[in-house]
Design a protein. Sequence first.
Length: 505
Amino acid sequence: MSEIVLSAKGVSKRFGGVQALRGVDFELKAGEIHALLGENGAGKSTLMNLLSGVHTPDEGEIFVGGKPALFHSPRDAQAAGIATIFQELDLVPSLSVAANLFLGHELVRPHGMLDSKAMLHAARERLDTIDRSINPAQLVSELSIGQRQVVAIVKALSYASRALIMDEPTAALTVGEVDRLFDIVRSLASSGVGIIYISHRLEEVPQIADRVTVMRDGRVAGVTEPDAPQGELVQLLVGRPLNELYPRRSDNVGDVLLRMRQASFHPYRASPGWQAPIKVDLDVRRGEIVGLAGVMGAGRTELLSALYGAGVPGYWQGEIVLGGRPAKLKSIAAARRAGLAFVTDDRRGAGLMLRMSVGLNLVMSVIRRISPNGLLSGRRQEEAIKSSFGQFDIRPKNPGVAVGALSGGNQQKVVLAKEVLGNPRLLLLDEPTRGVDVGAKVEIYTRLRNLASEGLGILVASSEMPELIGLCDRIVVLRNGCSVAEFSGGVDEHAVLAAANGREV
Ligand SMILES: Nc1ncnc2c1ncn2[C@@H]1O[C@H](COP(=O)(O)OP(=O)(O)OP(=O)(O)O)[C@@H](O)[C@H]1O
Ligand SMILES: [Mg+2]
């Protein structure tokens, strides 16, 4: 039997009125990859926060290598060889990639000066193992969410001598990056490091895990084998069977809402790593959900944000027609007036005001739209908040809680709900279900499909191929900023991937 590297015995944790964990036992063996699954708010991140020194348990104990461990900070856990990749990445945006990788462990020359050259070089080598497109001298603030995830992974790998805890590390990665990450994780495990792997992508579980623990409502609901049928996992996860993951497509597609022909975006200033849309051809009709596929860096986020006027400053050329009229997409205000709404993939950066309540976050964005004078009666605000909670199943069901205290998946639901409240004509979504559990995903898909059948057009980028294929009426593939292929009907995943990578099928 292999040694147990990290364990929790009877741990409980309470935040105000929420009992996040109730008497949880958990064991991680040396060399095993242990998947931790559970619905949004089940307590996964809280458990890993206890195991990595972010919080201390109210009750129960943490053990490292069989000995009780008292962590007062993540540094204590790091010193014990336990590395963590947090769900909301803990990188410093204003520092370079290399500076982030060496933060607190800087390389110095004999006379005490920082050895920037050596750090850049070492950073380059470490990054290359996953993603060659990242320049170590670049500021983290200039990276895409997916690239930031890679940096956080590379950073954590260097401390992981005993255990590595990964909280949804692949949420913004595409297939190629996930494969490389899995290779690294496997080789780390075979060297004896224990790995806790948290993910909502159930299809990853049999690929990577040796064992699975499912949490529900702050408790361990069960421990199973990774090759258990997906239906069984889902049943354990959400406590009920889910038959249909994706809603039926509508055959009620209307006229063209957004028409782009040879549309290119020209930034005023070149921005490294920002892939401007180039000669994009694309239509979104009323009632239609159109997917954007592509590898990391293909320009999906850039296309959506430039349409919304939220990308880097610049101007569009080519044809962009919205609702039959040439669109002047110069600013966010203009885009919103034209009926666009945008859910960014960076919920903590641009999407939410974390210290404000869920209720305020929900109504803030709609106040100006549904009430010209900026006032909204208390009753209408309450109605808006109530309908959002119902439609998107935000938990806990308390609009007074600060958004920052919600679990990752529930924050994502708030971002979606708040954009939908504004009654847009065209909804631009970037990774809309990132970090959302399977049960809630099904509800979001159904909600999006219903919105479409009410006449809304939806343009959605997702790095989850099954989601694009299951949800969308059509898929447009971007490569190097250009639209290179389009698929509809029974879409074949391999064909989409081949187009995204510029390969023949
Ligand atoms: N710092 C905090 N303050 C208040 N409540 C918190 C805090 N952290 C977590 N909670 C609450 O504890 C519960 C468990 O949250 P946790 O983040 O562990 O869920 P999770 O399983 O990681 O969910 P997800 O899949 O959405 O990330 C939730 O109800 C959450 O709102
Ligand atoms: Mg979490």
